[in-house]
Design a protein around this ligand. Structure first.
Ligand code: PLP
Length: 391
């Protein structure tokens, strides 16, 4: 058979079958594994490798299946899974940064990532610099001899800023800097940052990878020599993925490609329908020609993804009124679910920040983020339009 395509790998990669020859991979809900002899046990511990199952904090067949699938889809050599997306971000920082090091990050990053960069890393003597994703030309001037890592989300949450992955990767290679991409918004069904030169790609698997809002998870993939120290950090410090969550996530990956196509189709339809609406000043979607990085999005993403944002002319009060007027769409802070979700960061997740701080991370007073679900597009649009009438 010819080399399977990514869509096929997402469905077919499986851990070895047990003696039962089950079709669907069973859930390996066990904390530890047994040995045939003291010698085997000694060898397993000496190896310090996920190849031999010892204890589920170190490795587990359900977790391995999930890692194998994501690794294949991202075109990486190896991977490691974590209990949440934030554990993946934190493990990556802790494994590769030491006292005295410097990290450059896009300022438009997930809220908790911003907290780690600004509140925790400085406590351990690790300095950070932010750059504006609309000005990638500024990055070069921030590089110092002690710069060890460059971190971006593309598209960013919630601003949907996009950066040219290849441009940043080349800059990082020239300066011996580890380039890490949070690929949560695109998923490997839409964008594979490693193919453009990223060193490590990480995910909150909680979002589109689960796709149905059930479990939390995180994963990091890259070259073997980078994954091994991450594996040892996670194995020793404990933010490992639960086998149950891995089993759920691995099943979810079987439908990732068809789900992402539908999420993107619905998100694009919302963007098109709202771009001339009287109550909206602007709509942002990666595949809308008005997006400032439209050409870059087209060159590195296979579709525009499932998230669309718009700015209400009426600001913070209109944002609150819009959420309160929704009849079907869920008001929750998750995203990447089969159910359409609306959020208004300025009055909810980012309400503690000042207006200036919010603007620095791309959050304006009337910004509404829609995670387009899998419902019929006319039902989604109908709810959005009737809520707009009331705000
Ligand atoms: C949600 C999210 C995270 C954090 O993931 P958790 O699974 O909630 O810990 C990190 N990055 C991005 C872009 C996210 O949307």
């Amino acid at each position: 058979m010819a080399k399977p395509r990514p869509e096929t790998k997402a469905v077919r990669i499986q851990t070895d079958k047990t003696a039962q020859k089950e079709h669907s991979t069973p859930l390996f809900l066990t904390s530890s594994f047994t040995y045939d002899s003291a010698e085997d046990m000694a060898a397993a511990f000496a190896a310090e490798s996920p190849e031999v199952n010892i204890y589920t904090r170190f490795s587990n067949p359900s977790v391995d299946e999930f890692i194998d699938k994501i690794t294949a889809l991202e075109g990486a050599e190896d991977g490691v899974a974590t209990g949440t997306g934030m554990a993946a971000v934190f493990a990556t920082f802790m494994t590769f940064l030491s006292k005295g090091d410097h990290i450059i990050s896009a300022s438009a990053v997930f809220g908790s990532t911003h907290t780690i960069l600004t509140k925790y890393l400085p406590k351990w003597g690790i300095d950070y610099s932010y750059f504006d994703m609309d000005k990638p030309g500024d990055i070069a001037s921030l590089i110092r001899p002690e710069t060890k890592m460059l971190y971006v989300e593309t598209p960013s949450n919630p601003g949907l800023n996009i950066i040219d992955i290849r441009y940043v990767a080349d800059l990082c290679k020239e300066n011996n800097i580890l380039f890490v991409v949070d690929n949560c918004f695109a998923t490997p069904a839409v964008q594979q940052p490693i193919s453009f030169g990223a060193d490590l790609v990480l995910h909150s698997a909680t979002k589109f990878i689960d796709g149905q809002g059930r479990v939390l998870g995180g994963v990091i993939v890259g070259r073997k020599e980078l994954i091994h120290p991450l594996y040892l950090f996670i194995r020793n410090t404990g933010p490992s993925m639960s086998p149950f969550n891995a089993w759920v996530l691995s099943k979810s990956l079987e439908t990732l490609f068809i789900r992402m196509e539908k999420h993107a189709e619905n998100a694009a339809a919302i963007a098109l329908r709202l771009q001339d609406h009287a109550k909206i000043s602007s709509v942002r979607y990666p595949f809308l020609p008005s997006h400032p990085q439209y050409a870059i999005a087209k060159s590195q993403m296979s579709n525009g993804g499932g998230i669309v944002t718009f700015e209400l002319k009426g600001g913070i009060e209109s944002g609150r009124a819009f959420l309160n007027a929704l009849q079907m769409i869920s008001m929750t802070n998750n995203l990447g679910d089969s159910r359409t979700i609306a959020s208004h960061p300025a009055s909810t997740t980012h309400s503690k920040l000042t207006d200036a701080e919010r603007r620095a991370v791309g959050i304006t007073p009337g910004l509404i983020r829609i995670s387009a679900g899998l419902e019929h597009i006319e039902d989604i649009l109908g709810d959005i339009l009737q809520a707009l009438d009331k705000c």
